[in-house]
Ligand binder design. Sequence first.
Ligand code: SF4
Ligand code: SF4
Length: 80
Amino acid sequence: MARGKVVINEDRCKGCRLCVTVCPVDILQMAEDRFNVKGHKPVQVIDPEECTGCAMCAVICPDVVFTVYRVQRKRERTAA
Ligand code: SF4
Ligand code: SF4
């Protein structure tokens, strides 16, 4: 089953929230406890296990904050 992993370059984020509006599983949120070098609250992933790897966040982000990897999980073997 393919799942995703996103790597966030926090310091590039300008806090526009576009990515938050497009994530189909609603796992992107603006950080409330810190600011990046530009003075914005950066985006963060609140539930990485739910990422599907759809890359919508990377497509819509104007500042190339996301790198998305598709992760191929091995199927569990069942006893014959
Ligand atoms: S790759 Fe898709 S599911 Fe994962 S954080 Fe980005 S928009 Fe959400
Ligand atoms: S779309 Fe890009 S710049 Fe805008 S909040 Fe999301 S990560 Fe930050």
